[in-house]
Design a protein around this ligand. Structure first.
Ligand SMILES: C[S@@+](CC[C@H](N)C(=O)[O-])C[C@H]1O[C@@H](n2cnc3c(N)ncnc32)[C@H](O)[C@@H]1O
Length: 287
């Protein structure tokens, strides 16, 4: 179901060797973890962390794999609780999985008519709460900042007008409101007119940027010397967080940057797995 993105490149930089231990902070369907477990035999372990309990339940358990439902922003605590030591590499493959888009029925995509939820885990804030209760300026801000949406103001205004009459509950209703708010030519652009608003909502619901900011320093602390951090991101704001963190720590001589620029999937991978097209991988090794 889920095709692991940039798998060859992830393995190149994590570089798993027999008996080494790794942490997969975004386990999902375990595509990357299973490939690592093939390479760190016979005694190497993987600690898989995943926010989405439903997603975890689909995975086959195996002896050298420990699975934890949790948020990677609590990485240190999870590692201590599970007594997981001597870590040679830590992976973040950010964003959402195909299963979440296609099967979770949580409104991650504008292509389906589903409740406005968008939570990865059991957190409190749902997209419906944001759409119906956040002030206009705050909506406009997230659409612009997290989505890069140029019609943020018009969309936020239309949402506020519509919700006065009736609560907005579904992705279908939201798509219609966006459609009414943007200029006609925008409806025929290469990128679907609702893409940016949906992305912004998902980032806000799951506090994605803050989670990453909190997790990176913890990952660096947990790693053994020469251990690698590999991050696959799908959004320029995520990539910027990783880039700046690596740059600052490299200046302090705490780590060495292994990728000058983000590594992108080749055309073959993009053709096979179109969702990979916005992926970029950055890697660094602890000094
Ligand atoms: C792109 S998928 C990972 C796919 C996985 N690498 C694979 O090959 O199957 C991203 C996953 O990260 C999870 N996730 C997102 N934010 C998280 C967080 N803060 N803590 C733990 N898991 C998170 C999502 O629920 C999703 O399942």
């Amino acid at each position: 179901m889920h095709q692991p993105v940039l798998l060859k490149e992830v393995l190149k930089y994590l570089d798993p060797k027999p008996n080494e231990n790794f942490i997969d902070c975004t386990f999902g369907f375990g595509g990357h973890s299973l490939a690592v477990l093939e390479r760190n035999k016979p005694k190497g372990k993987v600690l898989g962390i995943e926010l989405d309990k439903k997603e975890l339940l689909q995975s086959k358990l195996q002896e050298r794999l420990t699975l934890v439902q949790g948020n990677f922003s609590d990485l240190k605590e999870i590692v201590e609780k599970n007594n997981f030591h001597s870590v040679s590499g830590i992976l973040f493959d950010l964003g959402m999985s195909l299963w979440q888009i296609e099967k979770s029925e949580r409104g991650f995509t504008f292509q389906k008519n589903e409740p406005l939820d968008m939570r990865f885990g059991d957190t409190r804030l749902r997209a419906e709460e944001i759409i119906n209760n956040w002030p206009k300026e705050k909506l406009e801000n997230i659409f612009r900042e997290y989505g890069g949406e140029r019609y943020a103001q018009r969309i936020a205004k239309n949402i506020c007008q519509k919700r006065q009459r009736q609560k907005i509950r579904t992705t279908g209703e939201l798509v219609k409101i966006i459609q009414e708010a943007v200029p006609r030519q925008y409806l025929y652009a290469r990128i679907h007119f609702a893409t940016r608003v949906f992305q912004a909502l998902r980032i806000a619901v799951n506090d994605e940027l803050n989670n990453l900011k909190k997790a990176l320093p913890q990952a660096l602390n947990i790693l053994e010397p020469k251990g690698r951090i590999v991050v696959v991101s799908f959004h320029s704001l995520e990539d910027k967080i990783v880039k700046n963190f690596f740059r600052d720590k490299a200046k302090e001589n705490v780590l060495k940057i292994l990728t000058k620029k983000p590594i992108r999937p080749n055309l073959e991978e993009i053709k096979f797995n179109p969702r990979s097209r916005s992926a970029g991988l950055r890697a660094a090794a602890k000094s």
